[in-house]
Design a protein around this ligand. Structure first.
Ligand code: ADP
Ligand code: MG
Length: 607
């Protein structure tokens, strides 16, 4: 009986540790790693060969790398280190080119190949036979078969799982964790706000790999075996099922999922009488896990314990239920506030530079999509301190031009200069850090971040927005975080969204979400702000108020380029205005001048 209980404790701890690693990697950061189990296997193997004596010691019937006979806890530490290091080659796969789905499949294929290699090539890792006679930790000191030892092992596994939980909670609740969740919700937007996706993804693969490796190390010391068949890539699916069912983005959910799925199924299958042909029950188990995933994704995608909504707002905002205006036109009108005059932005170093000098230029910029020249030789020069308008019919290439200026798209031809520096090949996140910030035409809020989290996430140079900062803890980054929250609250007040501070941004109306994006881009402390239809879907009265805000920001030294369809907005706020059509610049001037030019009128102003 004690053996049965302790086995459950150990397996529960091991599964919980692994699920926590996956929860951080997939649930929080959105890095889909279908090769996750490989890291557990590598950790287990490492712990095995670090603790095993040299190859000949047991009669030389098995061959393995190492055989160092090191004492506990070195094999477990080694398991975590090797799991983490193994993530580095995987990370290069997930780097810039292989994103999202591709990366997931790439990792799956790598995992399958790894399995084939290990199973079929005996000199390496002893082939299909795996390892046996792996020594139990401290086996020379305490009898590994005694009840006390077994029970102690279970306790150690559970304590380790608790420590991993606390550590990951610290990371996830930090500004760095917020950045990870932002990347998960919309990586292109996170990139445009100065977040280094490659480094974030690499860190998550390494952290997840180390945790998976540790769990493997704990397991192999208990079962004293390393069987390559036990780490089939399909086992990864069991862990994914656990974190999806438990609740994505919630570490407690991951622990619950670990108890329900891997442990639960293992235990349940123990009590099912073996009926039918051999292999029927395990096969049915796979069907059941697959069905469970589908059912949850369909009926309860947030899992049993949904991700916790984090409340940051401190101001005297009534906590009562927020009533949204009903559908229809009024839907786009959040109590139109009287916007007090800015300043909105705390600091932007460009403010002192001369107004009117050229701050951003494009030379012969072109972008070819599948042979079509969507942007075809655009040359523009943007003056500092002005609100430049960009108009043109649908498909003229306005958004594509903006995307190239911001680095979201690389140009097929041409050059871009920013503050005198050639930035043509500079990644978007580095442009954002230099103060060149964009917004998007399509909704791009971080849906599962609250409104205020959306805003604070964009603040550059946060102390807690690095792995190190997150580990140092709230004492390190808390004071600065409070200032950032306060700044965000002022911004919310200015745009009349204070009452919505702690709601998920994804739950707001279209017009409100536009405001969130605009505020978020301002929080990024831009010197040059590229706005792609920021007023689309916003009530006309509010749109005009925003226009005045933007002008005031320009008067302070900010430079703004704005794509907008509404000509009355252009008339009132934008000077100069650039007209694009069919991928080219058609004309540039004040709206009054443009209305006097027949080719412009023909291409756009009428029709
Ligand atoms: P605008 O913002 O002026 O309406 P866009 O820059 O969005 O125009 O688009 C210009 C042209 O490029 C359109 O014909 C559009 O279909 C095409 N286009 C834009 N993005 C892509 C893409 N990712 N792949 C293929 N074609 C695209
Ligand atoms: Mg567009």
């Amino acid at each position: 009986m004690i053996y049965y209980l302790t086995t459950i404790l150990v397996y529960g701890g091991v599964d919980a540790i692994a699920c926590l690693g996956l929860s951080q990697q997939f649930g929080v950061a959105g890095v889909t790693n279908f090769g996750f189990i490989i890291f557990q296997a590598a950790g287990a193997y490492t712990a095995g060969v670090l603790s095993l004596p040299n190859q000949s010691a047991n009669g030389g019937f098995q061959s393995y790398v190492g055989g160092l006979g090191l004492p506990w806890p070195i094999p477990w530490i080694g398991a975590a280190i090797v799991g983490g290091l193994l993530a580095l080659p995987f990370a290069s796969l997930v780097g810039k080119r292989l994103r999202g789905d591709f990366a997931a499949i790439g990792l799956l294929v790598t995992a399958v190949m790894f399995n084939l290699l290990v199973t079929n090539y005996r000199p390496f890792l002893n082939g299909a036979a795996g390892l046996s006679l792996v020594p139990s930790p401290l086996g020379g000191v305490v009898d590994p078969l005694s009840g006390g030892y077994q029970f102690g092992y279970g306790i150690v596994a559970i304590v380790l799982a608790a420590l991993v939980y606390l550590f990951l909670r610290r990371v996830t609740n930090s500004p760095y964790g917020r950045t990870l969740r932002a990347m998960r919700d919309n990586d292109v937007v996170a990139d445009s706000l100065g977040k280094n996706l490659r480094s974030l993804r690499t860190s998550m693969l390494v952290l997840g790999g180390a945790i998976a490796g540790l769990s493997g190390g704990v397991l192999v010391g208990f079962i004293n075996l390393w069987d390559p068949q036990a780490w089939g890539y399909a086992e990864t699916i069991v862990l994914f099922a656990a974190v999806i069912i438990g609740g994505l983005g919630n570490h407690s959910g991951a622990v619950l999922g670990a108890i329900l799925v891997p442990l639960g199924f293992e235990e349940a299958s123990r009590y099912i009488p073996s009926i039918g042909p051999a292999g029927l029950i395990p096969a049915l188990q796979w069907v059941a896990i697959g069905l469970l995933i589908v059912l949850f994704l369909w009926f309860r995608p947030q899992g049993i314990l949904p991700e916790r909504r984090r409340k940051l707002a401190t101001a005297g905002v009534p906590a009562g239920p927020v009533v949204l205006p009903g559908a229809g036109a009024a839907d786009e009108l959040p109590d139109v506030p009287t916007l007090p005059p800015p300043p909105v932005v705390a600091r932007h170093p460009g403010a002192s530079a001369a107004r009117g000098e050229i701050v951003l230029e494009a030379h012969d910029l072109a972008r070819i999509f599948e042979g079509v020249r969507a942007v075809d030789g655009v040359t523009i020069a943007i003056q500092r301190g002005r609100l430049t308008g960009l108009i043109g019919p649908n498909g003229a290439g306005k958004s594509t031009t903006l995307a190239m200026l911001a680095g979201t798209l690389l140009p097929s031809e041409g050059r871009i200069l920013y503050a005198g520096e050639d930035i043509t090949g500079l990644p978007a996140y580095l442009r954002a850090r230099k103060g060149l910030v964009r917004t998007f035409q399509l909704a791009s809020e971080f849906k599962k971040l609250t409104v205020i989290e959306n805003l604070v996430s964009a603040v550059p140079g946060q102390q807690g927005d690095s792995f190190r900062g997150a580990v140092l803890g709230k004492r390190y980054w808390g004071a600065q975080e409070r200032q950032n929250v306060e700044r965000a609250e002022h911004m919310l007040e200015r745009f009349g969204l204070s009452a919505h501070a702690d709601r998920y941004a994804g739950d707001l109306s279209g017009g409100q979400r536009r405001l969130v994006e605009l505020m978020r881009s301002l929080m990024a402390e831009p010197q040059v702000l590229l706005l792609d239809e920021p007023m689309a879907g916003v009530h006309p009265r509010l749109a005009r108020q925003i226009g005045h805000q933007l002008l005031a920001l320009c008067a302070e030294g900010m430079t703004i380029v704005m794509v907008e369809h509404e000509l009355s907005i252009m008339d009132e706020f934008c000077d100069p205005v650039i007209v694009m059509a069919e991928g080219r610049v058609l004309a540039e001037g004040t709206m009054a001048e443009l209305r006097g030019r027949s080719e412009v009128v023909e291409a756009y102003l009428v029709g």
